[in-house]
Ligand binder design. Structure first.
Ligand SMILES: C[S@@+](CC[C@H](N)C(=O)[O-])C[C@H]1O[C@@H](n2cnc3c(N)ncnc32)[C@H](O)[C@@H]1O
Ligand code: SF4
Length: 327
């Protein structure tokens, strides 16, 4: 009994040491490992879109919702365009020089509206990058399917937010469920025996949550990986009721800005994939190297404001104040 009384403070002491060590390691990981230069990039092959989903412009909700009651794609104020092969060649060189390891060929728009997307994927893959793409799946032709299957990229993710024509067309305005379902089947077939992961992503919304089980079953039947994505509440009215489908939020300060950067179709570089409308353009990858842009005063200042956002919320960048990932 006496021995037990003696070990109690020791035990507490040990706990305190562990806690202190844990905090130090966490701080070290946070600042030395996470806070290094990005190795991932999202490339906007085009910001044009064949659909007009009412929830599309994530991060713009504070500016758009009151005024328009929507955050749909056509409210984007940036000039519309597609990345040219010449711009891509320079961007590709920039990625190599900066040591980028992973490229996603979508940003704000439908990547397969740019007829060169498969070729861009091929070139990036030949440079040793992991390549993935998200698509609404409406623009595929047999030729595009053949081309992209031949490249055998790492990931093709279909965004399909409904399991019936009636629901799908409300969310993916301008598309048809029949077409995307047909294209998913064709893409799966064309990739038989290849290493590409093919996914059906179902964004859970109030108007489609009742179709999730049906969609999961349909996905099984056509042999495509299925998952439900939490809706970032650009418009709270569209949010699902079931709490299971709510997205997870991370605790600020954000570390995404140290992992990834975005390149628009014209070469403009932005620090976050939620900067969908060019609020924080850091430079242009056609004119400057990524190293130069990353080390610029503007980018450093942005990072410092993000890092200190908890202590100095007044100077936090607007896109971060609107963030639907970090809170
Ligand atoms: C902007 S889209 C561009 C690529 C392509 N047009 C598509 O729809 O897949 C990129 C991804 O963002 C997702 N997305 C759009 N609005 C969203 C929101 N409010 N919450 C969560 N994801 C969203 C889409 O489902 C898609 O998977
Ligand atoms: S298909 Fe993608 S880019 Fe186009 S409007 Fe919908 S979410 Fe936005």
């Amino acid at each position: 009994m006496a021995g037990h009384v003696r070990t109690l403070p020791l035990c507490r002491h040990r706990k305190e040491i562990y806690l202190m060590l844990y905090k130090k390691i966490k701080k070290y990981i946070n600042y030395k490992i996470l806070r290094c230069k990005p190795t991932q990039v999202v490339i906007e092959t085009t910001n044009r879109c064949n659909l007009n989903c009412p929830f599309c412009l994530v991060g713009m909700q504070n500016e758009l919702l009151d005024q328009h009651g929507s955050t749909s794609h056509d409210l984007m104020s940036r000039t519309q365009g597609s990345m040219s092969p010449e711009t891509f060649d320079t961007v590709r060189k920039r990625l190599r020089d900066f040591g980028i390891k992973k490229a996603s060929l979508h940003f704000q728009g439908e990547p397969f509206l740019n007829k060169n997307t498969s070729q861009f994927a091929r070139l990036l893959k030949s440079d040793g990058l992991y390549v993935g793409v998200f698509t609404n799946g409406q623009a595929f032709t047999d030729q595009i399917i053949e081309e992209i299957a031949d490249v055998e990229i790492g990931l093709i993710r279909f965004s399909v937010d409904g399991a019936s024509e009636e629901t799908y067309t409300v969310n993916r305005v301008g598309g048809t469920f029949e077409k995307v379902f047909e294209n998913m089947k064709k893409v799966v077939k064309a990739h038989a025996g290849k290493k590409t992961r093919i996914e059906w992503q179902f964004l859970a919304l109030k108007n489609n949550e009742h179709e999730i089980n049906t969609a999961r079953q349909m996905a099984k039947e056509i042999n495509i990986n299925f998952f439900v994505k939490g809706f970032r509440e650009t418009n709270p009215e569209l949010a699902p009721v079931n709490p299971e489908y709510k997205p997870h939020y991370l605790k600020k300060p954000c570390s995404d800005i140290y992992k990834q950067l975005g390149i628009y179709w014209n070469g403009d570089v932005v620090p976050c994939c939620y900067d969908v409308d060019g609020k924080e353009i850091m430079g242009n990858a056609v004119e400057q190297s990524l190293k130069e842009i990353w080390n610029s005063d503007k980018y450093r200042d942005f990072r410092s404001k993000v890092d200190n956002s908890k202590k100095q919320s007044s100077s936090e960048p607007l896109i971060c104040k609107n963030c639907l990932r970090w809170q």
